[in-house]
Design a protein around this ligand. Sequence first.
Ligand code: HXC
Length: 258
Amino acid sequence: MAFKTLIADVEDHVFLIKLNRPDAMNALNTELVGELNCALREAEENEKVRVIIITGSEKAFAAGADIKEMSEKTYVDVITEDLFGSVTEEFQRLRKPVIAAVSGYALGGGCELAMMCDIIIASDTAKFGQPEVNLGVMAGIGGSQRLTRFVGKAKAMDMNLTGRFMDAQEAERSGLVSRVVPAKKLIEEATAAAQKIAEKSMISVMAIKESVNRSYETTLREGLLFERRMFHGLFATEDQKEGMAAFLDKREPQFRDK
Ligand code: HXC
């Protein structure tokens, strides 16, 4: 797990990925994206890992795609290499839950990376934005799609068209982040949330992730049917018997992912 642009570490079922390009505000260059894809694959394949956290520095989660690297690219270059397609695909494949712990700037591809995660926990210094319009381009991996679904058309248009940043409080009010915590406690709080999830049955955790994500992909009627069938399916598991028996016995459940 030796990476150049990120630091990865597993502790107590939690795989922590820290983006680490301090000189460039964790801008997403080819090397970082390649290493991130690799770390995510490792986390997904490692049986000990139950939850993934992605974070940056106190100053920047990630200030977007690396502008220096992109500046000379042509249309033929980016369409041929499918610029940033790989990381999108990698996230689609992940079945384990991912928490983004965001402090400082989460801009452009940085904001989009946070939105690809399942939960965003923000520090009170976090700033979210889609300022690609200032560069003569536009969002490319979710800033006009996921953001619109998360915060609504009004704010998504505002952020994408003017490039203005949203602070942590506005992001929480708007439904972009699940909670705001003091900057000094960001990793502690994200880890505590990860540990809470790690205690549950992975079978129900993965079913929940699939079901919530499905709500963005389908009609309400289809989504409700999918949810109900997933719920029914969980009655085939030992963890359902254990979870309900533990409640009735007034004890903590011992889930075995069976
Ligand atoms: C490359 C970047 C960078 C970026 C910052 N840096 N953002 N390098 N790509 N996206 C570098 C700066 O060049 C500078 O390097 C160093 O990081 C510190 O940045 P400063 O600008 O000096 O810091 P500050 O004044 O505090 O301003 C911080 C900032 C600003 C507000 C985050 O850097 C900024 O606006 N960055 C660009 C944000 C952006 O436009 N993001 C969208 C990118 S396009 P030196 O060497 O000078 O010290 C995108 C497309 C997504 O994301 C589509 C698909 C992924």
